[in-house]
Ligand binder design. Structure first.
Ligand code: ADP
Length: 490
């Protein structure tokens, strides 16, 4: 993976309007909103605030592109080539995009350039390869009939993404939608609209026809809600909080939209005494603190077998104390600010709750500095399962460490959550590893690793962590309708 070693100059912001039908336009209402640099609390720029009127225009553009434009008639292989070209352009502009992501989101530029962007490029290339490999079946039936199925694009899709991985979430959403031949109305999160808009510009440069990708920046209930309720939108793919997903589910019922949801988590990271303890400590550290703890699959509940608990905590806390917080555009920075004041305040209030409910704050526990939304990396020990810090998704750099005694106990406690997004287990014993993998109720289980992602490997949640899967072949299904054709032969 690429790494950035030189200091990065703040990038220029050039795209701040709605992108509809291949044109950059102010919002219909003329309203704008501020996007803030979370490291300095300064306004980066004003961005068009899309709403119902802009969504109407975008749906028209997307419908026209789907039904009448070159996209619908294009050979699937050519569609794949355009996705490849988009991936190549993102790669060409990797450092620029990485810096823009860090400016708007606050994540360290080294993470943007060595994780988010390479994964996004890989994702688009993976789905580019699928474009001409999507086909139906011929099916033997009773009687003299030829029965075959066609796999057709679902149509115009609304895609609503959060702020924690703006570039990567854009790629996860665009990849399968473009490969299947859908057209897109995307709403980036109001905190981080800039890189998605820049990617729309690159999509146009790649030759993706106008109207295939439309981007409406704006707020959730207005711009997002208008996409969800619009009768001209066939499907919603959403990543965010389960409470928002429930609103979307209710609002989408009226028009019977297809829905896929990738939601939150409270993932257990289970460390057995027989594990390679140093690797487990590094994995626990990375599994929670990566991206400022703002990961839906963050390993926020770390369960450590009793006999190695104290040793684990001692080494883990030492490593967390060494974490380098600072300017996200400095390549040596390991942890940037949280995305906004709301998130910082929420995290600090959970830290207060942890202290009030009797957990022991082993390190961190405070805001870092007084400018920017930085929170110290925080580890709680002596945490009980019922405490708020154990049950709620904090979405910040706050880890809870628990002790456990045996396998039966740990499976029950790992599953004692409404979420089921991810889990990890650290052990040298293959039987223990598979026992956990088979019995934990989560969409992804990592064995002796954490956050190991690949575009080909499905990702998504059990229970309140979502519906459907992203990535892999299975994600194509989200964007396809199966049509059965029956031909009488006699
Ligand atoms: P987070 O806490 O990560 O911001 P949200 O679920 O609030 O999670 O936001 C994720 C995305 O959903 C954002 O793009 C946000 O604007 C959008 N959103 C929020 N509320 C709604 C809504 N009622 N309808 C559609 N989209 C929404």
């Amino acid at each position: 993976m690429a790494t950035t070693t030189e200091s990065v100059t703040p990038p220029k912001v050039t795209e701040t309007e709605c992108f509809i039908g291949g044109r950059w336009t102010p919002s219909v209402t003329g309203k704008t909103f501020e996007t803030i640099n979370p490291a300095t609390e300064e306004v980066i720029c004003e961005v068009a605030e899309g709403d119902a009127g802009d969504v109407d225009l975008a749906v028209d553009a997307a419908r026209t592109a789907f039904c009448d434009g070159p996209w619908g008639k294009m050979d699937a292989r050519d569609r794949g080539m355009l996705i490849h070209r988009l991936a190549n352009l993102i790669e060409r502009d990797l450092v620029e995009l990485g810096a823009l992501e860090s400016l708007d989101n606050g994540k360290p530029v080294n993470d943007s350039c060595s994780a988010d962007l390479p994964l996004a490029i890989d994702c688009l290339r993976y789905y580019a390869g699928w474009a001409d490999k999507i086909h139906g079946k011929t099916i033997p039936v009773r009687g003299d009939f030829l029965v075959y199925t066609r796999r057709e694009p679902v149509g115009v899709v609304g895609q609503i993404i959060p702020w924690n991985f703006p570039i990567l979430m854009t790629a996860w959403k665009w990849g399968p939608a473009l490969a299947t031949g859908c057209t897109i109305i995307m709403k980036p999160a109001e905190q981080t609209p800039l890189t998605c808009l820049r990617m729309a510009k690159l999509a146009q440069e790649a030759g993706i026809p106008d109207g295939v990708i439309n981007v409406i920046p704006g707020y959730g209930p207005t711009a997002g809600g208008s996409i969800v309720k619009h009768p001209g939108v066939d499907k919603i793919a959403f990543t965010g909080e389960h409470i928002t997903a429930q609103i979307i589910m209710r609002e989408a019922a009226e028009t019977m939209k297809r829905l896929t949801f990738e939601l939150g988590g409270k993932s257990p990271n289970i460390v057995f005494a027989d594990s390679d303890l140093d690797a487990a400590i590094a994995g626990a550290h990375f599994g929670l603190f990566f991206n400022q703890g703002q990961c839906c699959c963050a390993g926020s509940r770390v369960f450590v077998e009793e006999s190695v608990h104290d040793q684990f905590v001692e080494k883990l806390v030492a490593s967390v104390k060494n974490r380098k917080l600072g300017d996200p555009l400095d390549p040596v920075t390991e942890q940037g600010p949280q995305v906004d004041q709301t998130q910082m305040d929420k995290i600090l209030s959970y830290i207060d709750l942890g202290n009030e409910q009797g957990a022991h704050c082993a390190t961190g526990g405070k805001r870092f500095g007084d400018r920017g939304y930085f929170v110290e990396p925080t580890v709680f020990t002596e945490v009980q399962d019922e405490m708020k810090i154990s049950t709620d998704e904090i979405f910040g750099p706050v880890m809870s460490v628990f002790k456990f005694k045996d396998m039966d106990e740990i499976i029950e406690r790992a599953n004692k959550t409404m979420y089921g997004l991810a889990a990890a287990v650290w052990t040298q014993d293959v039987n223990k590893a598979h026992h956990v993998a088979n019995n934990v109720r989560a969409g992804t289980v990592w064995v002796n690793c954490y956050d190991a992602f690949d575009a080909a490997a499905p990702f998504g949640g059990f229970k309140m962590s979502g519906i459907g899967r992203e990535l892999g072949e299975v994600a194509l299904d989200n964007y396809l309708e199966d049509k059965t054709v029956t031909v009488a032969l006699s």
